[in-house]
Design a protein around this ligand. Structure first.
Ligand SMILES: NC(=O)c1ccc[n+]([C@@H]2O[C@H](COP(=O)([O-])OP(=O)(O)OC[C@H]3O[C@@H](n4cnc5c(N)ncnc54)[C@H](O)[C@@H]3O)[C@@H](O)[C@H]2O)c1
Length: 88
């Protein structure tokens, strides 16, 4: 099972990712690293998450569904299908 966490470089997303990764779950993180506040802080959070082998990160904007669906790995079909239904 793969779990998609949006805003994974943010305050809540980062903490959620850490929680899931420590439980050995596979996590796909998505974030556009916007500059609403310190981008350096978001990058530091990602460095911590990237130490986990069960974490994959995609820097992309969730509002761009073409890029979003193009970047998701083929194996994340369940997630992709769910997202497509959510966006349709
Ligand atoms: N922090 C809290 O105490 C709290 C409490 C209640 C609700 N919330 C809500 O939870 C959500 C997350 O809060 P947070 O504190 O983690 O905020 P945050 O700003 O730290 O994290 C949000 C992350 O989402 C990313 N992001 C924003 N738009 C994006 C887009 N279009 N595509 C991809 N990534 C995008 C940002 O770059 C950021 O890293 C917000 O909706 C917030 O209103 C937060």
């Amino acid at each position: 099972m793969k779990i998609l966490v949006t805003g994974s470089a943010g305050f809540i997303g980062f903490s959620l990712c850490l929680f899931l990764l420590k439980k050995k779950l596979n996590v796909i993180g998505v974030d556009n690293l916007n500059n609403y506040y310190d981008v350096g802080l978001k990058k530091k959070r990602l460095e911590i998450l990237k130490k986990y082998k069960n974490f994959k990160f995609f820097k992309l904007d969730l509002s761009n569904k073409k890029i979003l669906f193009g970047c998701l790995p083929a194996r994340a079909l369940t997630v992709k299908g769910t997202l497509e239904r959510a966006f349709s």
